[in-house]
Design a protein around this ligand. Structure first.
Ligand code: HEM
Length: 528
């Protein structure tokens, strides 16, 4: 027994090495088998995957985040040249699709408008809009529908004469200050940005003091910076603790400043309301909204607006910010671009001023009733909005999985509709990068009201601009007065071809370098 044990023990290494070699010979095919099976599974999944639109390859986890600086109207237009009218990018964990051709825009804004009517919102936007209780950033919900009804019927309606009055009054003051400064270089960019701020302040708050206005501008500027600040947590949520822009402290500070500012205005309006119950005093947008004010806001889909909707203070503040952001920079950048393109193209400037001299005459100022006869002027407005759509890229979000042009678009995809690229699509526009207002004189030229998808300055469909009428009125009023009342020269012997035509990308795409020009009164009558 003992001898056997010893003999067995002595043979054991031999047995074990034989076993190992048998195992090895089994392991090789096993590993190969596992690898082949894994490959087959992956290949099967790959084959069955739903094809996303084309786009540049991304990295694991971060996807295409290193291309973040290319997500501008110009960057996306360049990418579209390579990948086509619909392209896909993966930003961290979220899908982004950029749309840059009229046909793809029609798919998003008309054919599947109901699916793409949501808005994507960053952490900053959600916080600054009191959890999206405004109109511009709200998803497509019953709440949004009521907000939209409120704004179309009450706030931006042509029937709200006070907004239109504030345009005329502020344009008058601009003509006056320009006349006083005639003969000296004027920073036209600053002039028109000041004008649109004044128009929208008056329409929203009634009259407010100069100090209040300065403070509100500071609040708006911080909001603009926060809206545009890069936040890693928007793309990779678990990296929220990395906060180089200091958003965790700046966001509460900015919202608290707005609370202080607008709460005071709301309180003043409430006490004014009590005092003036029977007086017929001019109302502003805050007054219009206070009619629906209640501390516990509620929304239902009943037909009667008055009974269907109750606005809280947060709603009122968030809507005021929509109006401020929607109505100031958009109109101002459009006016500045129109003047810039005209100074850059002296033949067009000559044509539009000649039309004003012929139709209106040099012995009076322009009246609203002249507008419909100013055919070339209207073309200048359209051509400016084509080349420089004030909101160059509008943002939508898909509310369910869908297909566009045969490509899979997952639920929650952020869709960037690039109006800038669409308005310059060379398949639809001849010589698209040249400022040529006469192109709109042709029969059948596209219109910007949303049914010509090659020309989308105000968007189209459910989320198109509700302030279009007011915005156009302010743009046309200011521009026509600046062109009719003054002749304009570039300062310091600058030639038209030397004007800087660059833009900067944000919510809007204003001129990178402000336009400066010297006005001289042009009319035979007094200007004010
Ligand atoms: C030349 C002037 C203007 C232009 C070119 C313009 C353009 C636009 C565009 C492109 C959109 C987004 C459309 C989309 O998402 O598909 C938009 C939305 C909006 N605009 Fe305007 N806009 C102008 C003036 C105004 C004015 C004066 C106001 C208000 C006083 C205003 C308020 C808004 C609001 C609240 C939205 C969001 C609507 C929603 O999400 O339902 N806009 N605008």
């Amino acid at each position: 027994m003992c001898a056997l044990s010893v003999a067995t023990f002595n043979k054991l290494p031999l047995v074990s090495s034989t076993l190992e070699s048998i195992m090895d010979s089994i392991q090789i095919p096993l590993a190969t088998y596992v690898a082949i099976s894994l490959f087959a599974v992956f290949f099967f999944v790959w084959l069955r995957r739903k094809p996303l639109p084309p786009g540049p390859m991304g990295w694991p986890i971060i996807g295409n985040m290193l291309m973040m600086d290319q997500l501008t109207h110009r960057g996306l237009a360049k990418l579209a040249e390579k990948y086509g009218g619909i392209l896909h990018l993966k930003m961290g964990f979220s899908h982004t699709v950029a749309v840059s051709s009229p046909e793809m825009a029609r798919q998003i804004l008309q054919v599947q408008d109901h699916i793409f009517a949501n808005r994507p919102a960053t952490i900053a936007i959600t916080y600054l809009t009191y959890n999206r209780v405004d109109m511009a950033f709200s998803d497509y919900t019953p709440f949004w529908r009521q907000m939209r009804k409120l704004s179309v019927m009450k706030l931006f309606s042509r029937k709200r004469a006070e907004s239109w009055d504030s345009v005329r009054d502020e344009v008058d003051s601009m003509v006056k200050s320009t006349t006083i400064n005639s003969g000296t270089p004027i920073n036209l960019g600053e002039l028109v940005f000041g004008l649109t701020h004044d128009i929208i302040y008056r329409a929203a708050f009634g009259s407010i003091s100069h100090e209040d206005k300065e403070e509100f501008i500071r609040i708006l500027q911080e909001y603009t910076k926060l809206f545009g600040a890069f936040n890693l947590a928007d793309f990779i949520p678990w990296l929220g603790f990395i906060d180089p822009a200091g958003l965790n402290t700046r966001l509460p500070a900015a919202r608290a400043a707005l609370d202080r500012f607008i709460d005071k205005i709301i309180d003043e309006h409430l006490s004014k309301e009590k005092k003036n119950v029977n007086d017929n005093v001019e109302s502003d947008m805050v007054d219009e909204m206070l009619v629906f004010y209640s501390e516990e806001g509620k929304v239902n889909e009943a037909e009667d607006l008055q009974n269907a909707i109750k606005l809280t203070r947060d709603n009122i503040k968030a809507i005021i910010m929509d109006v401020m952001f929607g109505g100031t920079e958009t109109v101002a950048s459009a006016i500045e671009w129109a003047l810039t393109e005209l100074m850059h193209t002296p033949e067009a400037l000559k044509c539009v001023q000649q039309e004003l001299a012929d139709v209106v005459g040099l012995d009076r100022r322009v009246e609203e009733s002249d507008f419909e006869k100013l055919t070339y002027f209207k073309c200048v407005v359209k051509e400016t909005l084509r080349m420089h759509p004030p909101i160059p890229v509008s943002l939508h979000k898909s509310s369910e999985d869908t297909k566009v042009a045969g490509y899979h678009i997952p639920k929650g995809t952020r869709v960037m509709v690039n109006a800038f690229a669409i308005n310059r699509d060379k398949n639809y526009w001849e010589d698209p990068n040249t400022f040529n207002p006469s192109r709109f004189l042709k029969d059948g030229a596209p219109d910007f009201r949303g049914s010509n998808y090659e020309f989308l300055p105000f968007g189209s469909g459910r989320r198109s601009c509700p302030g279009m009428q007011l915005g156009l009125y302010a743009m046309e009023m200011a521009l026509v007065h600046l062109l009719h009342c003054f002749t304009w020269e570039l300062p310091d012997g600058i030639k038209p071809s030397e004007i800087d035509m660059g833009d900067v990308y944000g919510l809007t795409a204003p001129k990178a370098i402000r336009l400066v020009a010297v006005p001289t009164p042009r009319l035979l009558c007094a200007l004010y």
